[in-house]
Design a protein around this ligand. Structure first.
Ligand code: SF4
Length: 266
C-alpha cells in the first residue's frame, strides 16, 4: 500500500528525500529506520507469535535465510531483556504491556537501524514499567550507536533520555536546544509555560507566577496568523499577528522562533 504523499516539506535521511522514493527502493531503505509505536499490544499481530513478529522485517527484506533470521531474532530478544525460551512462542495477549513493548523494540532492532523513531513509546505503560523501558532505550542507544527521534508529551521522560529537544506548538517548532539549555533557561514563552506547568512533588515549592495559559488550543486547520502562539502569549505585540517568526540561532545550538523571546532578543 502506498502511503499518502506529503502536502509540503521533505523527510530527509542523510540528505536523501524519502518522500520521493517508492516501491523496492523504499523497502531496501526501511531497515535503516525503524519505529516504535505508542500502544505495543495493537502494534503486534495478535494471531502470530511474538517471535514471528520479530522475524518479519528480515524475512520481508529477504536479506537472510530463515535459520539465520531465527538466530538474529533470538539475539534481539536477549538484547531487550526477554528470554527466548520463555517468550518466543507466546502470543501478544500472553505478555504484559512492558514485555510487548520490549518485543516491539526487538522487532525494530533486528534490522540494525541507524535511526529509531519512538512515538510516545512509554505513555501507555505503568510508571514503573516506563522507567524500565526508558533505561532499556538509553542503554540500546549507547550500545548500538542509535540515533533516536523521541516524541513525547512527558517533559520528565524527555529530560531523562534526550540530548537535544525541539518544542512544538500547533505543528511548528518554536524552540530547539540541548536538554540542559532548554530546561535551565527556556527562551520561548511557550516552552517557559510548559516547564512551569510541570507539577513538583513538594508542597513547599512556590507556585510559578506564569500561571496557566489562557484560552484554548486553536484548530491546526485554521491557525492564527503570524505567530501561532499569539492568542495565548502574554508577550504578544502587533508584529506577532502579522509576521510569522522564523527559527533563529541565539547562541550556538539554541534556536528560537519568537519576535520577543524571554532572553536573546535583538
Ligand atoms: S512571536 Fe510574539 S506571540 Fe509569538 S511567542 Fe513570541 S512574543 Fe509571543
Amino acid at each position: 500500500m502506498q502511503s499518502p504523499p506529503p502536502t509540503s516539506g521533505k523527510v530527509l535521511l542523510d540528505g536523501l528525500d524519502l518522500t520521493g522514493i517508492h516501491g523496492r527502493a523504499l523497502r531496501e531503505l526501511r531497515g535503516r529506520f525503524q519505529m516504535i509505536f505508542q500502544d505495543p499490544l495493537s502494534s503486534l499481530n495478535p494471531v502470530k507469535t511474538v517471535g514471528a513478529s520479530v522475524e518479519l522485517p528480515l524475512l520481508a527484506a529477504r536479506v537472510e535465510k530463515r535459520d539465520a533470521v531465527r538466530m538474529l531474532a533470538q539475539e534481539a530478544f536477549k538484547a531487550v531483556g526477554l528470554d527466548p525460551e520463555q517468550h518466543y512462542n507466546r502470543k501478544p495477549s500472553e505478555l504484559s504491556g512492558g514485555q510487548c513493548q520490549r518485543v516491539c523494540i526487538a522487532r525494530a532492532l533486528i534490522s540494525s537501524p541507524e535511526l529509531l523513531v519512538c512515538d510516545e513509546p512509554v505513555s501507555s505503560l505503568d510508571v514503573s514499567v516506563q522507567a524500565q523501558i526508558i533505561n532499556l532505550l538509553r542503554d540500546l542507544k549507547a550500545s548500538h550507536g542509535l540515533s533516536m527521534l523521541f516524541i513525547s508529551h512527558d517533559l520528565a521522560v524527555v529530560k531523562n533520555i534526550c540530548d537535544r529537544v525541539a518544542v512544538m506548538y500547533l505543528g511548528r517548532i518554536c524552540e530547539i536546544a540541548t536538554c540542559e539549555a532548554l530546561y535551565g533557561m527556556p527562551s520561548h514563552p511557550y516552552t517557559a509555560a510548559l516547564l512551569a506547568a510541570v507539577p513538583r512533588p513538594d508542597p513547599l515549592y512556590p507556585l510559578p507566577d506564569i500561571g496557566l495559559l489562557p484560552g484554548e488550543l486553536p484548530s491546526p486547520l485554521d491557525p492564527p496568523s503570524g505567530c501561532r502562539f499569539r492568542t495565548r502569549c502574554s508577550r504578544a505585540q502587533d508584529r506577532c499577528a502579522s509576521e510569522q517568526p522564523e527559527l533563529r540561532e541565539m547562541v550556538t545550538g539554541h534556536l528560537v522562533a519568537c519576535h520577543y523571546p524571554l532572553w536573546g532578543g535583538v
